[in-house]
Design a protein. Structure first.
Length: 204
């Protein structure tokens, strides 16, 4: 690491405010029809598979864990115990750009199998967005949206519009959105907190 001295925390607070602003902006632009479709497909699914790469993959795993707590049969693509996807299954992909090669290629396989593909992305016209049965769009900056000036140069020039680095905006937005989906599913299924807790790991 470089030798540096912390003099204040203004950028931390500013970044948090920018993230909150981003969330509010996305909330105002959500497609209710896509969200309803995602909720219904999730409720009707025999099995649900989650997939994502990098930090989006971590968001996918967090969502999978919450679905498991609700009693859904859920798997994470790429894990050693994950079974083969079948036609009646629902596969949910998390990809900010919608172009991550490994996830886009898996999305095409999902469609070849005949399964339902739902994508949470910031790019509706991406590869994944176009082939999905349902695309929930969360307009956000992704790791592919870097401008020529770069993160450090923008910071030096006082341009804080995109201060949170790389895909942070999408990852945080998708995590908040998917936790909100869980809240709706709790209401729809009538699940109690005790039921969720009963499925929480007890050997950690």
């Amino acid at each position: 690491m470089t030798d540096c001295q912390v003099t204040d925390c203004e950028d931390v607070i500013l970044s948090m405010r920018l993230i909150v602003d981003q969330l509010n902006d996305v909330i105002n632009r959500l497609d209710n029809k896509a969200i309803k479709g995602m909720l219904q497909k999730t409720l009707d699914a025999e099995r649900i598979f989650l997939m994502g790469a990098g930090r989006s993959g971590l968001v996918a795993k967090a969502f999978a864990m919450r679905l498991m707590h609700l009693g859904f049969t859920v798997y994470v693509v790429g894990e050693t115990t994950t079974p083969a996807v079948q036609e009646k299954d629902v596969v949910i992909a998390i990809s900010g750009s919608g172009e991550t090669r490994s996830i886009a290629n898996l999305g095409k396989i999902v469609k070849d199998i005949g399964s339902t593909l739902i994508t949470v992305t910031s790019k509706k016209e991406s590869t994944l967005g176009r082939i999905s049965d349902i695309a929930v769009v969360l307009p956000s900056k992704t790791k592919n949206d870097l401008d020529a000036g770069g993160y450090l140069e923008r910071n030096m020039r006082g341009d804080y519009k995109n201060l949170p680095p790389l895909g942070t905006a999408f990852e945080i937005t998708s995590l908040v959105f998917l936790d909100s989906v869980i809240a709706q599913l709790i209401t729809l299924t009538g699940a109690s907190e005790a039921e969720l807790k009963s499925r929480h790991t007890n050997i950690e």
